[in-house]
Design a protein around this ligand. Structure first.
Ligand code: ADP
Length: 498
């Protein structure tokens, strides 16, 4: 019998240390005097207690960030020195990658293979990519008028608040920190209350990498009536970058009105995943599974509406359900797990509520449809679930579930599917599976979404812009587009007239 080697818990020491706020280069207790617990979604066990930052802590962090921005070393160092700090941070994350992967899986629930081979390498790559941008920020000269010398400066925005969700905790932190730091801003990061741990471990490495005090501040805590809200309506914060629910996005926009701070939003989605009869069916089946079940469906660009050409509906469904019924669901720390628990009891209940709504609307359960019993019952698990007989106007097809729930909708022809695909409030992503190049490009142009995949799904790259149309938000993250989110352009006019 093979002996299973128990992997050492590399994050044990970190879990045992106090979890404080990073403000002005030091780890400190919260002014609120409160702590909150973070739990392991696979077992419902408490992992540790974390300091609960509130308004007073946000005030302190903003002051530190302002001081660092206006008067600190940060403004005086060269772009190369800034790049070197970011490269050092990337190296440190890479050196501690296994520890980060375990921490992410324990706090979020995601399969360890995804933490280890997707999340953490993508974090390292993001810091390296944006380190490269430090030395490539440029203005321009404009010579329209011989009487004036006119040029532009690309300047950092200033003090930036960054509010992130729990689905890819460290990667979302990297998407925010990478470009903000590359452009020379100072920042306050507010991780999600469900998953504060990897950001705090990153904070330790930020100090080790040599970033001056106050450049990166990390305040853990809650959103509404707490740290998140205090950050988004703070009068001395110049910009908020937010990723999360559309409902929260609206609150952020309202809160920004006080000082009209810049806002960029990456919100929810309800992506159409369209399969034509002429597609490579086996590849599309795999793509549909990855599209909806990756990260337990807790992905804003998840392919939650599967549009199947009527001609292949039954063949596709039998292949799809056969594969999905064999998916190994379990504790994310188990190397063989393919689908883990939802992040929290609240999310599990929300997903189960939507499953109930879909059943009530008359959709048919093709597989899953409830929470697993037995060993998994104490965690926040929901079985991978597929509904057939869904109409695009049902709630299950229109509202973001943010869980492992797929709605299958039949269609007939390009115009029908293009209309149905676009009949949705969101517009983050979409996909088309076909062997017809013309059809692929025509639909790619017709789908109202920030990303369209052809014969693939969930592809992301740090150099390729990502963001939404419609209620999925505004602004584009990643690539050179993130640079626009974190800089202001200044025009300088010099009078040359004698
Ligand atoms: P979810 O409902 O899936 O947890 P949210 O959009 O509520 O997603 O959370 C994303 C992030 O937004 C978290 O860091 C959370 O604390 C924060 N947040 C929630 N509500 C507010 C708010 N009113 N103002 C600012 N931040 C908020």
């Amino acid at each position: 019998m093979a002996v299973v080697q128990e992997k050492p818990l590399l994050c044990k020491d970190f879990l045992a240390r106090p979890k404080q706020l990073l403000i002005d280069g030091k780890f400190v207790d919260a002014e609120t005097g409160n702590m909150f617990e973070t739990r392991n979604p696979a077992t419902d066990e408490v992992l540790c207690q974390v300091q609960e930052g509130g308004k007073a802590d946000i005030d302190k962090a903003v002051k530190a960030a302002r001081k660092a921005f206006e008067h600190g070393k940060w403004r005086k160092i060269t772009a190369t020195q800034r790049a070197n700090m970011m490269l050092k941070l990337a190296d440190l994350v890479e050196k501690n990658a296994d520890e980060f992967a375990q921490l992410e899986t324990l706090d979020n629930g995601k399969p360890i293979k995804e933490s280890r081979y997707f999340d953490i390498p993508a974090v390292v790559e993001t810091f390296r990519y944006y380190a490269g941008w430090c030395t490539k920020l440029e203005g321009e000269t404009i010579s329209n008028n011989p009487d004036f010398f006119t040029y532009t400066l690309r300047e950092p925005i200033g003090v930036v608040g960054q509010i992130i969700p729990w689905n890819f905790p460290l990667l979302m932190a990297a998407w925010k920190l990478g470009p903000a730091l590359a452009c020379g801003n100072t920042l306050i990061l507010k991780p999600a209350e469900q998953t504060p741990l990897s950001a705090l471990r990153l904070g330790e490495l930020v100090l080790e990498a040599g970033f001056p005090e106050g450049v990166v501040n990390i305040v853990t805590g809650f959103g509404a009536n707490s740290a998140g809200e205090a950050l988004s309506n703070h009068m001395d914060v110049d910009k908020i970058a937010f990723t999360g629910e559309d409902k929260t996005g609206r609150e952020i926009v309202k809160a920004s009105a006080g000082n009209l701070k810049r806002v960029s939003l990456e919100l929810g989605g309800k992506a159409p995943n369209i399969v034509f009869a002429d597609a490579d069916i086996d590849a599309a089946v795999k793509g549909a599974i990855m599209g909806i079940f990756f990260n337990q469906g807790q992905v804003c660009c998840a392919g939650s509406r599967l549009f199947l050409d009527k001609k292949i509906h039954d063949e596709f469904m039998s292949k799809l359900t056969e594969r999905v019924s064999k998916m190994r669901q379990g504790n994310g720390m188990d190397e063989s797990t393919q689908i883990g628990p939802q992040v929290s009891r609240e999310q599990q209940e929300r997903v189960l509520k939507y499953i109930g709504i879909a059943k009530g609307e008359g959709a048919a359960v093709a597989c899953g449809g409830d929470a697993p019993a037995g060993d998994l019952a104490k965690g926040y698990f929901v079985k991978p679930t597929i509904f057939t007989g869904v109409h695009n106007d049902m709630r299950i097809a229109q509202e973001e579930v943010f869980g492992p729930v797929l709605s299958v909708i039949p269609f007939e022809g390009v115009d029908d599917v293009a209309d149905q695909a676009n009949k949705i409030a969101f517009g983050l992503s979409g996909a088309v599976w076909t062997s017809d190049v013309k059809k692929a490009h025509k639909l790619a142009a017709r789908i109202k979404a920030g990303t369209v995949w052809v014969n693939t799904f969930n592809m992301l790259d740090v150099a390729v812009p990502f963001g939404g149309y419609k209620m999925s938000g505004y602004g584009r993250e990643l690539g050179k587009h993130s640079i626009d989110l974190y800089t202001n352009i200044k025009s300088v006019w010099v009078n040359l007239q004698d």
